[in-house]
Design a protein around this ligand. Structure first.
Ligand SMILES: Cc1ncc(COP(=O)(O)O)c(C=O)c1O
Length: 383
């Protein structure tokens, strides 16, 4: 194709536009860290933890080096290990189950609801029976709030309470989202999130946080974050990690949190426009009653029989990127295929892995660009 005819490429996530909006605020914040040189545990870390707590209503926030570390630290603090079963949806990013496996416990994969993409309570119940049949001890469940939308936490809590399981909410994709009027992280659940740059609230590298209402648990997490340090710095009282968030990343996040509320509103406006423009050609995502999503992804399902690669190729030719989250559910991946799955299998996860595709989504997606995307999707199905 002639170079001049090539359509302008649309960013999948536009971090450059966000940088433009932030102006010099982030640069100044980073410059302050470069001036005081407290790169580890600088004052910005505590300041950020207080700001995050205020934002979501959590009593205690423990920032850490990544969303994966957040999950691992909680599982370490819970003391899970060999012979324990921790239930995870299979349709998720690999870190959910990986964190469990790294502790020596067994991730037991359960199915998801096809409408919300989140853990299916009936499958969780069946998974608990599967684990017992296999001689594993059910210990915990990690509901994931996938693509920006909260899982059905009341349904999960009812089962967890009845079975004596702890709940670790994997909100890596969903910090800022609400469930029945309460922000994730502020519902009393132990919640882990990620500040990976592409997340709704992202830093300029890796980062994460854990939210809890339990002061003692937060203390254990702080100890694990620094090699299991005790009150005497050189008497380590448990195993831990180097799991701290860098001061520079904390400084970046303090500035980004100031515009986050407004970005969540923008993401919801954009999701509304997609739903209106595409709702009669593909299956658009549905937000459950009482939920507010932060739209980490805008993930559609293609009508059965659609060639997904051809669809992606047609959009790409028009300068529109797409991504597939996730072409394989966890139980279908090489590293995880030998871990147990719920009796009866995971038909919903497998169907989703074969027919989902995500469209560009970020708070700076302007209307003309979004119209181009909508027209390209509609054009594919009318051709
Ligand atoms: C559902 C889920 N859990 C955990 C993680 C891990 O977060 P991080 O990349 O910050 O380690 C991610 C990140 O993509 C995620 O999407």
């Amino acid at each position: 194709m002639n170079q001049h005819m090539r359509p302008q490429a649309v960013p999948f996530i536009d971090l450059v536009a966000q940088r433009r909006r932030l102006g010099g605020a982030v640069d100044d914040a980073v410059a302050r860290v470069l001036a005081h040189c407290q790169f580890i545990n600088g004052p910005e870390v505590l300041e950020l933890e207080a700001a995050l707590a205020g934002f979501c209503g959590a009593r205690h926030v423990v920032t850490c080096a990544s969303g994966t570390d957040a999950l691992i630290m909680v599982l370490m603090a819970k003391g899970v290990g060999r012979g324990d079963a921790v239930f995870c949806p299979s349709f998720t990013f690999c870190a959910t189950g990986e964190a469990v496996a790294l502790t020596g416990a067994t991730p037991v994969f359960v199915d998801v609801d096809e409408v919300t993409f989140n853990i299916d309570a009936a499958s969780l119940k069946r998974g608990i029976a599967t684990a017992r049949r296999l001689g594993l001890k059910p210990r915990g469940v990690i509901p994931v709030d996938l693509f920006g939308q909260s899982a059905d936490h009341d349904a999960v809590a009812a089962i967890a309470d009845a079975e004596g399981l702890f709940v670790l909410d994997d909100a890596a994709q969903s910090f800022g989202a609400s469930y029945k009027g309460r922000r994730l992280g502020g519902m009393g659940l132990i919640t882990a999130t990620s500040f990976f740059p592409a997340k709704p609230l992202g830093c300029f590298g890796d980062g994460g946080a854990i939210f809890t209402d339990d002061a003692e648990f937060a203390q254990v997490l702080r100890s694990i974050r620094v090699h299991g340090q005790g009150s005497d710095k050189y008497d380590n009282v448990r195993l831990g990690l180097t799991g701290r968030l860098d001061t520079v990343q904390a400084a970046v996040l303090i500035e980004k949190l100031k515009i986050f509320e407004d970005e969540i509103l923008a993401r919801n406006r954009i999701a509304g426009r997609y739903a209106q423009g595409l709702g009669n050609v593909v299956t658009v995502p549905r937000v459950a009653n009482g939920n507010i999503s932060v739209w980490a992804q805008y993930t559609i399902r293609l009508p059965s029989g659609t060639d997904r690669d051809r669809f992606a190729g047609a959009l790409k030719a028009k300068g529109i990127p797409t991504a597939i989250y996730y072409p394989k559910s966890m139980h279908q991946q090489t590293a995880y295929k030998d871990f147990p799955v719920v009796d009866g299998g995971l038909p919903a996860s497998e169907r989703l892995s074969s027919d989902v595709i995500s469209l560009p989504m970020h708070a700076y997606l302007d209307e003309p660009t979004q119209e181009r995307i909508i027209a390209a999707v509609r054009g594919f199905f009318s051709a």
